[in-house]
Ligand binder design. Structure first.
Ligand SMILES: C[S@@+](CC[C@H](N)C(=O)[O-])C[C@H]1O[C@@H](n2cnc3c(N)ncnc32)[C@H](O)[C@@H]1O
Length: 226
C-alpha cells in the first residue's frame, strides 16, 4: 500500500483521540512548542495565512485568535482530522487537500506553516516546494528531531521506546504510535533539514531553533524577494 494511503487511513482512525493523546504523550509540552511557532507566524501581522497538515486545527485556530482580521486557511488530507477541526470553529477556511499539490495561486499567502506534518508527507521535498510556491515571505516548520546532547538522547530514547508504546497500547493505537516513534527517530533534523528546506524552497534565509534540547525543532525560512 502506498505510504500516503497508509498515513491518511492512520490519521482518519486516530482523529477522535488525537488531541487527548497529544496532551498525554507530551505532558502538555507540545502546546508550548506550538505557541512558539504561532509567535513566529504572527510576527509582522500577515493578512493571509495557511496552516498545512492542520490536523485538528490547533495552529490555525491560535493564529486566528492572535490575528482576528486575518484570513486563515487550514488544509489536511484526512477528512476525519479536519472534521474535528471544523467542529471547533467555522472562522477558518478548512479544506481537504494534499500538501504536495494545493489549489492556491502562486504567492497567495503571506506566511505558511506546517506543524508535525512534514515528517508524514510522502515526498516532503515536494511539499516544501509547494509551500514555497504559495508563500510570499515566511514558512515556519515545527517537527520532531533527535537531541544532540548525550544525556538528553538517553531520556529521549527512553520515552520513545517505553513510555509512548505503553500509552499507545493503553489506547489500543499501538500501530499509530509505533509509526510516530520510528519516523521521529530517523527524520533529518537541525542543520541537515535546514539545508533541505533551503534547497527545496529556494528561500533566501533558513535557520532552526532547537526546543527541549532538540526533541523538537522550529525551522524558519524567509524570502526577501517581496
Ligand atoms: C501529526 S498530525 C499534525 C496535526 C497538527 N498540525 C498538529 O500539529 O497537531 C500530521 C497531519 O499531517 C497530515 N498529512 C500527512 N500527509 C499529508 C499530505 N500529503 N497532505 C495533507 N495532509 C497530510 C495528516 O493527515 C495529519 O493530520
Amino acid at each position: 500500500m502506498p505510504k500516503a494511503v497508509q498515513i491518511k487511513s492512520m490519521f482518519n482512525n486516530i482523529s477522535g483521540s488525537y488531541d487527548l493523546l497529544n496532551d498525554m504523550l507530551s505532558l502538555g509540552i507540545h502546546r508550548l512548542w506550538k505557541k512558539k511557532l504561532v509567535r513566529h507566524m504572527t510576527k509582522g501581522h500577515p493578512q493571509r495565512v495557511l496552516d498545512c497538515a492542520t490536523g485538528t486545527g490547533d495552529i490555525a485556530l491560535s493564529i486566528k485568535k492572535q490575528l482576528p482580521s486575518a484570513e486563515v486557511y487550514g488544509v489536511d488530507f484526512s477528512a476525519n482530522m479536519l472534521k474535528v477541526a471544523e467542529d471547533k470553529s467555522k472562522a477558518i477556511h478548512w479544506s481537504v487537500q494534499d500538501v504536495m499539490q494545493m489549489p492556491f495561486e502562486d504567492k497567495d499567502f503571506d506566511h505558511t506553516c506546517i506543524s508535525y506534518g512534514i515528517r508524514n508527507v510522502e515526498d516532503y521535498r515536494l511539499a516544501l516546494k509547494e509551500m514555497a510556491r504559495v508563500t510570499k515571505s515566511k514558512i515556519c516548520i515545527l517537527e520532531f528531531g533527535q537531541p544532540q546532547n548525550f544525556f538528553l538522547r538517553g531520556i529521549y530514547f527512553g520515552i520513545m521506546n517505553y513510555f509512548i508504546p505503553f500509552i499507545g497500547k493503553l489506547f489500543n493505537k499501538e500501530e499509530a504510535y509505533k509509526y510516530l516513534i520510528d519516523s521521529s527517530k530517523s527524520f533529518p533534523c537541525a542543520y541537515e533539514f535546514t539545508q533541505i528546506i533551503k534547497e527545496s524552497t529556494g528561500f533566501d534565509k533558513a535557520y532552526y531553533i532547537p526546543l527541549f534540547g532538540g526533541v523538537t525543532y522550529l525551522y524558519i525560512a524567509e524570502n526577501y524577494e517581496n
